[in-house]
Design a protein around this ligand. Structure first.
Ligand code: C5P
Length: 239
């Protein structure tokens, strides 16, 4: 049982500006957030952020910043100035970098700063990939350790798979946001994701924002796919 309702965030992954804006417009009534990632941002920059924000849906700018603190601070300030309402940084950048991201977001914002969200372990990494990186312990233990580091650095939440969301919810404060990608409706393939879960499983695990890309944007009728996912989320929340 979740105490606040989870929101759907649609990942607008593509390079074609017209497709991104048309898709965002068609789905704007269904989503709590629109996500612009590296592919689209590298091609179109802050003007695309503004174009999507003008549709009236808050923009999550998923840049996964990871650099020295001074660079991340200035980049986060520029993100804030772009009008994005949420931005990602990598938790493994460490405490000083996370604190710098939070400070930069505050410095660059004309009004309320964007939320800073720390990416823990990418949902595309399976156990073999994690073993290769020589991270000790389970994925859940690493995600929880990094989530606690992010929380104590002033970050607003984490990106974590649904498989680790319950541990993060138990280990971090109730207001700490959990953003969950790797969401796959039953019967949909995994694509390049590995630690996946259905929309219902993600909601039950305590996720606040479910990030869904290809299962919606690649569907024959994206609006229908978004509605089905929203219905599944609503059912799971009321169980
Ligand atoms: O198409 P799909 O639903 O897999 O899209 C998931 C989105 O979430 C992608 O834009 C990807 O960059 C992003 N993401 C992720 N795993 C993370 C952080 C972000 O899949 N840990």
């Amino acid at each position: 049982m979740t105490s606040r309702s989870a929101q759907l965030c649609i990942a607008l992954d593509g390079s074609d500006r017209r497709w991104i804006l048309d898709t965002a417009r068609a789905l704007s009534g269904s989503a709590g957030w629109m996500k612009i990632g590296l592919e689209a941002f590298v091609a179109h920059g802050p003007r695309l952020v503004q174009g999507v924000a003008d549709l009236g849906v808050p923009v999550f700018l998923d840049l996964k910043l990871h650099d020295i603190p001074a660079t991340v601070r200035r980049a986060a300030a520029n993100v804030a100035a772009s009008g994005a309402r949420m931005v990602t940084v990598h938790a493994c950048g460490g405490r000083s970098m996370l604190e710098a991201a939070v400070e930069g977001a505050r410095e660059g914002a004309a009004q309320e700063p964007p939320r800073v969200i720390a990416v823990t372990l990418l949902t595309s990494l399976d156990q073999a990939a994690l073993d290769e990186l020589a991270l000790p312990g389970s994925a859940e233990a690493t995600v929880l350790r990094w989530a606690r580091l992010a929380e104590s650095s002033g970050v607003d939440g984490v990106v974590a798979s649904a498989r680790e969301a319950a541990a993060v919810r138990a280990g971090c404060g109730r207001d700490f946001l959990i953003v969950t990608p790797g969401v796959r409706p039953a019967g949909h393939g995994q694509d390049d994701q590995r630690r996946t879960a259905t929309p219902a499983e993600a909601v039950r695990a305590g996720a606040d924002i479910l990030v869904v890309g290809r299962p919606i944007t690649g569907a024959p009728v994206p609006l229908d796919a978004a509605r089905r996912i929203l219905e599944e989320m609503t059912r799971a929340a009321s169980e």
